[in-house]
Design a protein around this ligand. Structure first.
Ligand SMILES: [Zn+2]
Length: 306
């Protein structure tokens, strides 16, 4: 089916107490693995490309791959920009047919983050495309984030309320203890902070850096409004592990397809596992979409409400 936007999907997840997996892809095999797993699990899915993926594959090529895969799938698929760094990148992705955007102004001062997010929401709203924003900061493992730094970067509930009211963003990436690009799942999420954020703000929340979070902690967070969970590092690990094993098994082979099939299978199994863990398996109904009754409209607070 054609691509859908993330707005209705995430509100259905919020009401249904599940999370939609948002899986990063950089190449054809990863796109196919993610879509195949979602189709087999009858799960809605978000396929996201980062700035790095756009540099690697090219914007139009990345968008075309996801559109082609979605067209053949009988589950709703969203094409999402992960960590859009500026206004121009978001506009380019809108033009390329993305059905969900992100502006990450978390490194900027609060007022700059508000102004930039608001500007992108205004243009995306014209064509009905939702925008994810980030407040607080999900740090990078490669920067060697300390416990104190992770704590200081967490999202403040009162500030989050003001941010959402002033920007009209559709969903919010919250910093509650996860760190990007961790290679092992050992972090516990700050559920108490998440509860306070949920009490302050009534829009879908997004968890970044999930590869480094204990699975029981992820599942608990879904009960308090985490509706989209980003998975990237774990998929790259699976892809590379599958490739290395395939090469070791048959080092004389010269046909890359024989190796890449193993990579694709390895990614698909991780996606399937996460879809089941997040509770999104089986959420696509016979009518082809997630619980249509739970669709919400006009969720903008204090913005361009009709
Ligand atoms: Zn992220």
């Amino acid at each position: 089916m054609p691509l859908v936007t993330s707005k209705e999907m995430l509100w259905a997840a919020l009401e249904g107490h599940f999370a939609v997996g948002a899986f990063n892809a950089n190449n054809m095999e990863q796109v196919q693995a993610i879509i195949d797993a979602a189709v087999e699990e009858h799960a809605p899915v978000i396929l996201q490309v980062s700035q790095g993926a756009i540099r690697y594959a090219g914007l139009n090529f990345a968008a075309a791959m996801v559109k082609a895969a979605a067209a053949d799938a009988d589950v709703p698929v969203v094409l999402h920009l992960d960590h859009g760094t500026d206004f121009a990148q978001n506009v380019r992705c809108l033009r390329a047919g993305f059905t969900s955007l992100m502006y990450d102004g978390s490194k900027e001062p609060f007022e700059v983050n508000v102004a930039n997010t608001r500007r992108i929401v205004e243009i995306a709203d014209i064509v009905g495309i939702p925008v994810e924003a980030e407040l607080g900061r999900v740090l990078q493992a490669t920067d060697g984030a300390t416990e104190e730094e992770i704590e200081a970067a967490k999202t403040d509930p009162a500030q989050a309320r003001e941010f959402v009211e002033r920007t009209g963003c559709s969903s919010l990436a919250v910093a509650i203890g996860s760190v990007h690009a961790m290679k092992t799942a050992e972090a516990e999420l700050d559920i108490e902070r998440l509860k306070k954020l949920r009490a302050a703000v009534n829009i879908p929340f997004v968890l970044h850096g999930s590869s480094g979070v204990k699975e029981e902690s992820e599942v608990e967070a879904i009960q308090y409004g985490i509706c989209k969970i980003n998975v990237a590092t774990m998929l790259n690990q699976a892809f590379t592990r599958g490739l290395l094993e395939a090469i070791q098994e048959d080092p004389e082979n010269v046909d890359p397809r024989k190796w890449l099939i193993k990579s694709r299978e390895a990614v698909k199994e991780v996606v399937r596992h996460k879809i089941r863990l997040f509770g999104s398996s089986g959420k696509v109904t016979a009518s082809g979409f997630v619980s249509p009754k739970t669709v919400h409209r006009g969720v903008h607070i204090g913005g361009t409400e009709e």
